[in-house]
Design a protein around this ligand. Structure first.
Ligand SMILES: Cc1cc2nc3c(=O)[nH]c(=O)nc-3n(C[C@H](O)[C@H](O)[C@H](O)COP(=O)(O)OP(=O)(O)OC[C@H]3O[C@@H](n4cnc5c(N)ncnc54)[C@H](O)[C@@H]3O)c2cc1C
Length: 484
Protein backbone atom coordinates (compact mmCIF):
# COMPACT_ATOMS: atom_id res chain seq x y z
CA UNK A 1 0.00 0.00 0.00
CA UNK A 2 1.34 3.36 -0.89
CA UNK A 3 1.36 5.86 1.93
CA UNK A 4 -0.29 9.11 1.02
CA UNK A 5 1.98 12.03 1.84
CA UNK A 6 0.03 14.47 3.94
CA UNK A 7 -0.27 17.69 1.99
CA UNK A 8 0.74 20.66 4.09
CA UNK A 9 -1.76 23.43 3.88
CA UNK A 10 -1.58 26.55 5.95
CA UNK A 11 -5.11 26.77 7.25
CA UNK A 12 -6.96 30.02 7.60
CA UNK A 13 -6.35 30.16 11.32
CA UNK A 14 -2.63 29.35 10.96
CA UNK A 15 -0.66 32.57 11.18
CA UNK A 16 1.23 34.28 8.41
CA UNK A 17 4.61 33.45 9.99
CA UNK A 18 4.46 29.91 8.64
CA UNK A 19 4.05 31.32 5.12
CA UNK A 20 7.13 33.46 5.75
CA UNK A 21 9.13 30.36 6.79
CA UNK A 22 7.98 28.57 3.61
CA UNK A 23 9.47 31.43 1.61
CA UNK A 24 12.81 31.29 3.46
CA UNK A 25 13.49 27.53 3.52
CA UNK A 26 10.88 25.97 1.22
CA UNK A 27 7.58 24.35 2.13
CA UNK A 28 9.06 20.87 2.69
CA UNK A 29 11.39 22.19 5.37
CA UNK A 30 8.73 23.47 7.77
CA UNK A 31 6.74 21.45 10.29
CA UNK A 32 3.91 23.10 12.18
CA UNK A 33 1.05 20.63 12.66
CA UNK A 34 0.32 19.54 16.22
CA UNK A 35 1.17 15.91 15.61
CA UNK A 36 4.59 16.84 14.18
CA UNK A 37 5.32 19.09 17.15
CA UNK A 38 5.17 16.11 19.55
CA UNK A 39 8.68 14.97 18.63
CA UNK A 40 10.09 18.39 19.45
CA UNK A 41 8.38 19.24 22.73
CA UNK A 42 11.40 18.27 24.85
CA UNK A 43 14.93 16.91 24.67
CA UNK A 44 16.38 14.08 26.80
CA UNK A 45 15.05 15.85 29.92
CA UNK A 46 11.52 14.65 29.39
CA UNK A 47 9.97 15.95 32.59
CA UNK A 48 9.05 19.28 30.96
CA UNK A 49 7.24 19.20 27.64
CA UNK A 50 6.09 22.28 25.75
CA UNK A 51 4.99 22.56 22.15
CA UNK A 52 7.01 24.68 19.71
CA UNK A 53 5.33 27.04 17.28
CA UNK A 54 7.04 25.41 14.29
CA UNK A 55 10.19 23.50 13.39
CA UNK A 56 12.22 24.76 10.44
CA UNK A 57 15.11 23.00 8.72
CA UNK A 58 17.52 25.47 7.08
CA UNK A 59 20.10 24.05 4.67
CA UNK A 60 22.75 26.77 4.94
CA UNK A 61 23.93 29.75 6.96
CA UNK A 62 22.08 32.23 4.73
CA UNK A 63 18.77 30.54 5.53
CA UNK A 64 19.58 30.42 9.27
CA UNK A 65 20.36 34.15 9.20
CA UNK A 66 17.13 34.92 7.33
CA UNK A 67 15.07 32.88 9.83
CA UNK A 68 16.75 34.52 12.81
CA UNK A 69 16.27 37.99 11.32
CA UNK A 70 12.61 37.25 10.68
CA UNK A 71 12.08 36.05 14.28
CA UNK A 72 13.92 39.09 15.68
CA UNK A 73 11.90 41.52 13.58
CA UNK A 74 8.61 39.84 14.44
CA UNK A 75 9.28 39.33 18.15
CA UNK A 76 9.09 35.53 17.85
CA UNK A 77 10.99 33.47 20.45
CA UNK A 78 13.31 30.93 18.79
CA UNK A 79 15.99 28.39 19.62
CA UNK A 80 18.52 26.12 17.92
CA UNK A 81 18.26 22.35 18.09
CA UNK A 82 20.67 19.58 17.14
CA UNK A 83 19.82 15.93 17.80
CA UNK A 84 17.78 16.73 20.92
CA UNK A 85 19.88 14.45 23.16
CA UNK A 86 20.51 17.23 25.69
CA UNK A 87 19.75 16.17 29.26
CA UNK A 88 18.91 19.50 30.88
CA UNK A 89 16.06 20.82 28.72
CA UNK A 90 18.20 23.25 26.67
CA UNK A 91 16.30 22.52 23.45
CA UNK A 92 12.87 22.42 25.09
CA UNK A 93 10.61 25.18 23.69
CA UNK A 94 9.44 26.78 26.93
CA UNK A 95 7.92 29.81 25.18
CA UNK A 96 6.32 28.28 22.07
CA UNK A 97 9.60 28.92 20.23
CA UNK A 98 10.29 28.51 16.55
CA UNK A 99 12.81 25.66 16.55
CA UNK A 100 15.66 26.07 14.10
CA UNK A 101 16.78 22.49 13.58
CA UNK A 102 20.33 22.20 12.28
CA UNK A 103 20.14 18.51 11.37
CA UNK A 104 20.10 19.16 7.62
CA UNK A 105 23.34 21.14 7.87
CA UNK A 106 25.36 17.96 8.39
CA UNK A 107 28.33 18.26 6.08
CA UNK A 108 32.02 17.67 6.68
CA UNK A 109 33.26 20.75 4.80
CA UNK A 110 37.03 20.18 4.86
CA UNK A 111 39.83 18.30 6.59
CA UNK A 112 43.33 19.75 6.85
CA UNK A 113 45.57 16.94 8.11
CA UNK A 114 48.70 19.07 7.88
CA UNK A 115 47.29 21.61 10.32
CA UNK A 116 45.22 19.02 12.18
CA UNK A 117 41.83 20.61 11.84
CA UNK A 118 38.47 20.00 10.22
CA UNK A 119 35.50 22.21 9.41
CA UNK A 120 32.01 20.81 9.99
CA UNK A 121 28.46 22.05 9.83
CA UNK A 122 26.61 22.11 13.19
CA UNK A 123 24.36 19.12 12.42
CA UNK A 124 27.33 16.83 11.76
CA UNK A 125 27.12 13.84 14.13
CA UNK A 126 30.07 13.67 16.56
CA UNK A 127 31.14 10.08 15.80
CA UNK A 128 30.93 10.62 12.03
CA UNK A 129 33.99 12.84 12.25
CA UNK A 130 36.20 10.16 13.77
CA UNK A 131 34.75 7.59 11.36
CA UNK A 132 35.57 9.85 8.39
CA UNK A 133 39.21 10.48 9.32
CA UNK A 134 40.23 7.27 11.08
CA UNK A 135 41.55 5.67 7.89
CA UNK A 136 44.19 8.43 7.84
CA UNK A 137 45.06 7.74 11.49
CA UNK A 138 43.18 10.68 13.04
CA UNK A 139 40.26 11.14 15.41
CA UNK A 140 38.14 13.76 17.16
CA UNK A 141 38.69 13.47 20.91
CA UNK A 142 35.50 14.67 22.70
CA UNK A 143 33.39 11.52 22.96
CA UNK A 144 30.09 11.99 24.82
CA UNK A 145 28.38 8.64 25.28
CA UNK A 146 25.67 9.97 22.94
CA UNK A 147 28.26 10.45 20.19
CA UNK A 148 26.45 8.04 17.86
CA UNK A 149 23.71 10.64 17.39
CA UNK A 150 24.49 13.98 19.03
CA UNK A 151 25.69 16.84 16.83
CA UNK A 152 28.89 18.84 17.09
CA UNK A 153 26.75 22.03 17.17
CA UNK A 154 24.98 20.68 20.26
CA UNK A 155 28.36 19.68 21.73
CA UNK A 156 29.66 23.23 21.29
CA UNK A 157 26.55 24.68 22.94
CA UNK A 158 26.83 22.32 25.92
CA UNK A 159 30.65 22.16 26.03
CA UNK A 160 30.15 18.40 26.01
CA UNK A 161 32.51 16.07 27.79
CA UNK A 162 32.93 12.33 27.56
CA UNK A 163 34.81 9.34 28.86
CA UNK A 164 38.11 10.37 27.28
CA UNK A 165 37.97 14.01 28.37
CA UNK A 166 40.01 13.27 31.51
CA UNK A 167 43.24 13.34 29.52
CA UNK A 168 42.21 15.26 26.39
CA UNK A 169 39.88 17.94 27.71
CA UNK A 170 36.26 18.78 26.91
CA UNK A 171 34.80 20.29 23.73
CA UNK A 172 36.10 23.81 24.39
CA UNK A 173 39.67 22.49 24.23
CA UNK A 174 39.06 21.28 20.67
CA UNK A 175 37.25 24.23 19.09
CA UNK A 176 39.37 26.51 16.90
CA UNK A 177 36.75 28.64 15.22
CA UNK A 178 33.02 29.26 14.92
CA UNK A 179 30.69 30.90 12.48
CA UNK A 180 27.70 32.20 14.40
CA UNK A 181 24.40 33.81 13.46
CA UNK A 182 23.79 36.44 16.11
CA UNK A 183 20.30 36.88 17.58
CA UNK A 184 19.69 39.85 15.24
CA UNK A 185 20.59 37.79 12.14
CA UNK A 186 24.15 39.12 11.64
CA UNK A 187 26.73 36.48 10.71
CA UNK A 188 30.09 36.62 12.53
CA UNK A 189 33.23 34.47 12.55
CA UNK A 190 35.32 34.07 15.66
CA UNK A 191 38.64 32.35 16.27
CA UNK A 192 40.54 30.45 13.57
CA UNK A 193 42.72 33.31 12.43
CA UNK A 194 45.72 31.01 12.21
CA UNK A 195 47.51 32.21 15.33
CA UNK A 196 47.59 30.33 18.62
CA UNK A 197 46.61 33.29 20.82
CA UNK A 198 44.55 36.22 19.54
CA UNK A 199 44.33 39.56 21.30
CA UNK A 200 41.02 40.62 22.81
CA UNK A 201 38.38 38.67 24.68
CA UNK A 202 38.14 34.89 24.35
CA UNK A 203 34.79 34.87 22.55
CA UNK A 204 35.28 31.25 21.49
CA UNK A 205 35.47 30.29 25.17
CA UNK A 206 32.37 32.38 25.91
CA UNK A 207 30.29 30.94 23.08
CA UNK A 208 31.32 27.36 23.82
CA UNK A 209 29.11 26.15 26.63
CA UNK A 210 26.68 29.08 26.39
CA UNK A 211 23.82 26.60 25.92
CA UNK A 212 22.43 28.18 22.77
CA UNK A 213 21.68 31.51 24.48
CA UNK A 214 24.16 33.76 22.62
CA UNK A 215 23.84 32.78 18.95
CA UNK A 216 23.19 29.97 16.49
CA UNK A 217 26.38 28.16 15.51
CA UNK A 218 26.47 27.45 11.77
CA UNK A 219 30.04 26.27 11.16
CA UNK A 220 32.70 24.82 13.46
CA UNK A 221 36.45 24.41 13.03
CA UNK A 222 37.68 21.63 15.30
CA UNK A 223 41.06 20.26 16.27
CA UNK A 224 41.72 16.66 15.19
CA UNK A 225 44.30 14.42 16.84
CA UNK A 226 46.57 11.65 15.63
CA UNK A 227 45.50 8.22 16.89
CA UNK A 228 47.54 7.10 19.90
CA UNK A 229 50.10 4.46 18.99
CA UNK A 230 48.73 2.10 21.61
CA UNK A 231 45.91 1.80 24.11
CA UNK A 232 45.21 -0.66 26.87
CA UNK A 233 42.14 -1.11 29.03
CA UNK A 234 41.67 -2.52 32.53
CA UNK A 235 38.46 -3.68 34.19
CA UNK A 236 38.51 -3.88 38.00
CA UNK A 237 35.78 -5.21 40.30
CA UNK A 238 35.50 -4.12 43.97
CA UNK A 239 33.45 -5.35 46.94
CA UNK A 240 33.46 -1.89 48.53
CA UNK A 241 32.68 1.40 46.76
CA UNK A 242 35.24 3.12 49.01
CA UNK A 243 38.00 0.85 47.71
CA UNK A 244 37.12 1.68 44.10
CA UNK A 245 36.96 5.41 44.91
CA UNK A 246 40.32 5.30 46.65
CA UNK A 247 41.83 3.48 43.68
CA UNK A 248 40.69 6.38 41.46
CA UNK A 249 42.57 8.92 43.58
CA UNK A 250 45.59 6.64 43.97
CA UNK A 251 45.95 6.13 40.20
CA UNK A 252 46.05 9.89 39.59
CA UNK A 253 48.33 10.46 42.61
CA UNK A 254 50.72 7.90 41.13
CA UNK A 255 51.25 10.36 38.27
CA UNK A 256 49.25 8.40 35.70
CA UNK A 257 46.70 10.35 33.66
CA UNK A 258 44.48 7.70 32.13
CA UNK A 259 42.64 8.55 28.91
CA UNK A 260 39.49 7.40 30.72
CA UNK A 261 38.63 6.36 34.27
CA UNK A 262 34.98 5.36 34.59
CA UNK A 263 33.04 3.94 37.52
CA UNK A 264 29.72 2.09 37.92
CA UNK A 265 28.05 1.02 41.14
CA UNK A 266 26.01 -2.11 41.79
CA UNK A 267 22.66 -0.68 40.61
CA UNK A 268 24.26 0.64 37.43
CA UNK A 269 25.85 -2.77 36.81
CA UNK A 270 22.44 -4.41 37.22
CA UNK A 271 21.09 -2.00 34.57
CA UNK A 272 23.86 -2.47 32.00
CA UNK A 273 23.73 -6.25 32.40
CA UNK A 274 19.96 -6.18 31.75
CA UNK A 275 20.46 -3.76 28.82
CA UNK A 276 21.42 -4.32 25.17
CA UNK A 277 25.16 -4.85 25.69
CA UNK A 278 25.70 -7.20 28.67
CA UNK A 279 29.30 -8.37 29.10
CA UNK A 280 28.95 -10.64 32.11
CA UNK A 281 29.90 -8.26 34.94
CA UNK A 282 29.23 -10.00 38.26
CA UNK A 283 26.08 -8.66 39.96
CA UNK A 284 27.35 -9.10 43.52
CA UNK A 285 30.15 -6.52 43.42
CA UNK A 286 29.77 -3.00 44.80
CA UNK A 287 31.59 -1.12 42.04
CA UNK A 288 33.68 -1.48 38.91
CA UNK A 289 36.30 0.71 37.32
CA UNK A 290 37.00 0.87 33.59
CA UNK A 291 40.45 2.37 33.10
CA UNK A 292 42.10 3.14 29.77
CA UNK A 293 45.61 4.39 29.12
CA UNK A 294 46.94 5.41 25.73
CA UNK A 295 49.90 7.12 24.09
CA UNK A 296 53.19 6.01 22.62
CA UNK A 297 53.73 2.28 23.05
CA UNK A 298 56.80 2.65 25.26
CA UNK A 299 55.63 2.97 28.84
CA UNK A 300 52.06 1.67 28.44
CA UNK A 301 52.90 -1.72 29.96
CA UNK A 302 54.51 -0.02 32.97
CA UNK A 303 51.43 2.14 33.49
CA UNK A 304 49.20 -0.94 33.35
CA UNK A 305 51.39 -2.70 35.93
CA UNK A 306 51.15 0.31 38.19
CA UNK A 307 47.36 0.49 37.81
CA UNK A 308 47.06 -3.22 38.64
CA UNK A 309 49.20 -2.67 41.74
CA UNK A 310 47.02 0.27 42.87
CA UNK A 311 43.89 -1.87 42.42
CA UNK A 312 45.43 -4.71 44.45
CA UNK A 313 46.43 -2.28 47.20
CA UNK A 314 42.78 -1.28 47.35
CA UNK A 315 41.48 -4.84 47.80
CA UNK A 316 40.31 -5.38 44.23
CA UNK A 317 38.24 -8.57 43.95
CA UNK A 318 39.11 -9.27 40.33
CA UNK A 319 41.03 -7.31 37.72
CA UNK A 320 41.66 -8.01 34.04
CA UNK A 321 43.26 -6.39 31.01
CA UNK A 322 41.38 -6.35 27.68
CA UNK A 323 42.69 -9.17 25.48
CA UNK A 324 42.08 -7.35 22.22
CA UNK A 325 40.20 -4.50 20.53
CA UNK A 326 37.05 -6.60 20.32
CA UNK A 327 36.93 -7.10 24.09
CA UNK A 328 37.74 -3.42 24.70
CA UNK A 329 34.95 -2.48 22.27
CA UNK A 330 32.44 -4.66 24.17
CA UNK A 331 33.39 -3.10 27.52
CA UNK A 332 32.94 0.39 26.06
CA UNK A 333 29.63 -0.42 24.36
CA UNK A 334 28.39 -1.71 27.72
CA UNK A 335 29.50 1.53 29.43
CA UNK A 336 28.43 3.99 26.75
CA UNK A 337 24.90 2.63 26.50
CA UNK A 338 24.63 2.73 30.29
CA UNK A 339 22.08 5.55 30.62
CA UNK A 340 19.64 3.95 28.20
CA UNK A 341 20.12 0.57 29.88
CA UNK A 342 18.45 1.95 33.01
CA UNK A 343 15.21 1.61 31.05
CA UNK A 344 15.61 -2.15 31.55
CA UNK A 345 15.29 -1.84 35.32
CA UNK A 346 13.09 1.23 35.78
CA UNK A 347 10.14 2.79 33.91
CA UNK A 348 11.70 6.28 34.24
CA UNK A 349 15.02 7.74 35.27
CA UNK A 350 16.44 11.19 35.75
CA UNK A 351 20.12 11.75 34.89
CA UNK A 352 22.00 14.08 37.21
CA UNK A 353 25.35 15.65 36.47
CA UNK A 354 27.30 17.04 39.43
CA UNK A 355 31.03 17.44 39.65
CA UNK A 356 33.22 17.20 42.72
CA UNK A 357 36.90 17.18 43.65
CA UNK A 358 38.01 13.58 43.00
CA UNK A 359 39.25 13.16 46.57
CA UNK A 360 35.69 13.68 47.93
CA UNK A 361 34.24 10.73 45.94
CA UNK A 362 33.72 8.29 48.85
CA UNK A 363 31.90 10.76 51.09
CA UNK A 364 29.70 12.21 48.31
CA UNK A 365 28.76 8.73 47.08
CA UNK A 366 27.74 7.91 50.65
CA UNK A 367 25.61 11.08 50.78
CA UNK A 368 23.94 10.03 47.53
CA UNK A 369 23.11 6.70 49.20
CA UNK A 370 21.54 8.62 52.06
CA UNK A 371 19.50 10.69 49.59
CA UNK A 372 18.35 7.44 47.98
CA UNK A 373 17.19 6.14 51.38
CA UNK A 374 15.54 9.42 52.32
CA UNK A 375 13.51 9.73 49.10
CA UNK A 376 12.95 5.94 48.87
CA UNK A 377 14.18 5.90 45.27
CA UNK A 378 16.95 3.74 43.85
CA UNK A 379 19.93 5.71 42.53
CA UNK A 380 22.42 4.18 40.11
CA UNK A 381 25.84 5.78 39.70
CA UNK A 382 27.62 5.54 36.38
CA UNK A 383 30.17 8.25 35.84
CA UNK A 384 33.48 9.78 34.80
CA UNK A 385 35.25 9.13 38.12
CA UNK A 386 38.64 10.41 36.98
CA UNK A 387 37.43 13.96 36.65
CA UNK A 388 34.93 13.73 39.52
CA UNK A 389 31.94 14.06 37.17
CA UNK A 390 29.11 12.16 38.88
CA UNK A 391 25.99 10.95 37.13
CA UNK A 392 23.49 9.79 39.75
CA UNK A 393 20.62 8.20 37.81
CA UNK A 394 17.46 8.52 39.86
CA UNK A 395 15.10 5.66 39.09
CA UNK A 396 11.40 6.37 39.45
CA UNK A 397 7.98 5.54 38.10
CA UNK A 398 6.05 8.56 36.84
CA UNK A 399 2.81 6.57 37.07
CA UNK A 400 3.03 6.74 40.87
CA UNK A 401 1.50 10.02 42.07
CA UNK A 402 4.14 12.42 43.38
CA UNK A 403 7.09 10.25 42.39
CA UNK A 404 8.30 12.54 39.57
CA UNK A 405 8.53 15.44 42.00
CA UNK A 406 10.36 13.18 44.48
CA UNK A 407 12.89 12.31 41.77
CA UNK A 408 13.40 16.00 40.93
CA UNK A 409 13.92 16.80 44.62
CA UNK A 410 16.33 13.89 45.06
CA UNK A 411 18.29 15.13 42.02
CA UNK A 412 18.48 18.60 43.50
CA UNK A 413 19.70 17.14 46.81
CA UNK A 414 22.48 15.30 44.93
CA UNK A 415 23.58 18.58 43.34
CA UNK A 416 23.55 20.30 46.74
CA UNK A 417 25.83 17.55 48.07
CA UNK A 418 28.19 18.17 45.13
CA UNK A 419 28.30 21.94 45.59
CA UNK A 420 28.74 21.58 49.37
CA UNK A 421 31.73 19.32 48.69
CA UNK A 422 33.41 22.14 46.77
CA UNK A 423 32.12 21.00 43.40
CA UNK A 424 29.55 22.26 40.96
CA UNK A 425 26.07 21.50 39.63
CA UNK A 426 27.04 20.43 36.13
CA UNK A 427 30.06 18.70 34.71
CA UNK A 428 28.90 18.44 31.10
CA UNK A 429 25.12 18.32 30.59
CA UNK A 430 24.49 22.01 31.16
CA UNK A 431 21.97 23.91 33.23
CA UNK A 432 19.13 24.31 30.73
CA UNK A 433 15.86 24.47 32.63
CA UNK A 434 16.65 21.50 34.83
CA UNK A 435 19.25 23.08 37.10
CA UNK A 436 18.24 26.68 36.81
CA UNK A 437 17.33 27.09 40.49
CA UNK A 438 20.39 25.06 41.52
CA UNK A 439 22.55 27.83 39.98
CA UNK A 440 21.86 29.56 43.29
CA UNK A 441 23.87 26.82 45.08
CA UNK A 442 27.04 28.19 43.48
CA UNK A 443 26.35 31.79 42.44
CA UNK A 444 25.14 34.80 44.41
CA UNK A 445 22.37 37.02 42.98
CA UNK A 446 25.04 39.55 41.96
CA UNK A 447 27.04 36.92 40.08
CA UNK A 448 23.93 35.71 38.28
CA UNK A 449 22.99 39.29 37.42
CA UNK A 450 26.47 39.99 36.03
CA UNK A 451 26.32 36.93 33.76
CA UNK A 452 22.80 37.80 32.63
CA UNK A 453 24.14 41.18 31.47
CA UNK A 454 26.65 39.39 29.24
CA UNK A 455 23.77 37.52 27.64
CA UNK A 456 21.94 40.82 27.09
CA UNK A 457 24.89 42.17 25.09
CA UNK A 458 24.56 39.30 22.60
CA UNK A 459 20.85 38.63 22.92
CA UNK A 460 19.27 41.98 23.92
CA UNK A 461 15.67 41.04 23.11
CA UNK A 462 16.12 37.72 24.94
CA UNK A 463 14.22 35.99 22.13
CA UNK A 464 16.88 33.28 21.75
CA UNK A 465 16.42 30.36 24.14
CA UNK A 466 14.62 32.41 26.75
CA UNK A 467 14.27 31.10 30.32
CA UNK A 468 17.37 28.87 30.20
CA UNK A 469 20.66 28.83 32.10
CA UNK A 470 20.10 31.70 34.57
CA UNK A 471 17.30 31.98 37.11
CA UNK A 472 15.08 35.02 36.86
CA UNK A 473 12.90 35.97 39.80
CA UNK A 474 9.41 34.53 39.45
CA UNK A 475 9.88 32.79 36.13
CA UNK A 476 11.88 29.74 37.32
CA UNK A 477 9.50 29.10 40.14
CA UNK A 478 6.81 28.69 37.50
CA UNK A 479 9.06 26.26 35.66
CA UNK A 480 9.62 24.18 38.79
CA UNK A 481 5.93 24.19 39.63
CA UNK A 482 5.12 22.82 36.18
CA UNK A 483 6.36 19.37 37.25
CA UNK A 484 3.34 17.09 37.58
C1 LIG B 1 22.41 8.44 26.39
C2 LIG B 1 23.05 9.79 26.52
C3 LIG B 1 24.37 9.88 26.91
C4 LIG B 1 24.97 11.14 27.03
N1 LIG B 1 26.29 11.21 27.38
C5 LIG B 1 26.90 12.42 27.45
C6 LIG B 1 28.29 12.51 27.79
O1 LIG B 1 28.99 11.51 28.01
N2 LIG B 1 28.84 13.75 27.86
C7 LIG B 1 28.11 14.88 27.60
O2 LIG B 1 28.66 15.97 27.67
N3 LIG B 1 26.80 14.81 27.29
C8 LIG B 1 26.18 13.63 27.19
N4 LIG B 1 24.85 13.56 26.87
C9 LIG B 1 24.08 14.81 26.68
C10 LIG B 1 23.98 15.32 25.21
O3 LIG B 1 24.18 14.27 24.29
C11 LIG B 1 24.98 16.44 24.96
O4 LIG B 1 24.65 17.57 25.74
C12 LIG B 1 25.09 16.89 23.50
O5 LIG B 1 26.11 17.85 23.39
C13 LIG B 1 23.79 17.47 22.94
O6 LIG B 1 23.89 17.52 21.52
P1 LIG B 1 22.57 17.59 20.63
O7 LIG B 1 22.99 17.68 19.20
O8 LIG B 1 21.66 16.48 20.95
O9 LIG B 1 21.98 18.99 21.10
P2 LIG B 1 20.48 19.37 21.51
O10 LIG B 1 20.01 18.52 22.62
O11 LIG B 1 19.63 19.43 20.31
O12 LIG B 1 20.71 20.85 22.06
C14 LIG B 1 21.43 21.06 23.25
C15 LIG B 1 21.60 22.57 23.47
O13 LIG B 1 22.42 23.09 22.44
C16 LIG B 1 21.77 24.14 21.74
N5 LIG B 1 22.17 24.01 20.35
C17 LIG B 1 22.10 22.91 19.56
N6 LIG B 1 22.63 23.16 18.36
C18 LIG B 1 23.05 24.44 18.39
C19 LIG B 1 23.67 25.29 17.45
N7 LIG B 1 23.99 24.89 16.23
N8 LIG B 1 23.94 26.57 17.81
C20 LIG B 1 23.62 27.03 19.05
N9 LIG B 1 23.03 26.27 19.98
C21 LIG B 1 22.76 25.00 19.65
C22 LIG B 1 20.29 23.92 22.00
O14 LIG B 1 19.56 25.15 21.92
C23 LIG B 1 20.29 23.36 23.41
O15 LIG B 1 20.37 24.41 24.34
C24 LIG B 1 24.21 12.32 26.77
C25 LIG B 1 22.88 12.21 26.37
C26 LIG B 1 22.30 10.98 26.25
C27 LIG B 1 20.86 10.91 25.81
Amino acid sequence: MQLMRRKKKVSANQDHHIEAFFKIVGEKEVLFEDVDMLSYNCDGFTIHQHSPKAVVFPKNTREVAALVKYCAQNDLPFLARGAGTGLSGGATPLNNEVIISLVKMKGLLSVDYENRKAVVQPGYVNLHLTNSISSKGYYYAPDPSSQYVCTIGGNVAENAGGAHCLKYGVTTNHILGLEVVMPNGDIISIGEDGVPDSPGYDLLGLLTGSEGTLGVVTEITVRILKNPEMKQTVLAYFDQVEDGSRAVSDIISAGIVPAALEMMDQTAIEGVEEGSFPVGHPRDIAALLLIEVDGIAAGIDEQIEEILAVCRNNHVKEVKVAEDDAERGRWWANRKTGFGAMGAISPDYLVQDGVIPRSRLPEVLEQINEISRKYELRIANIFHAGDGNLHPLILFDSRNPGETQKAVDAGSACLKACSDAGGSITGEHGVGIEKIEEMRFIFSDEEIEAQTRIREVFNPGNLLNQGKLFPMPGRCLEVKKAVQ
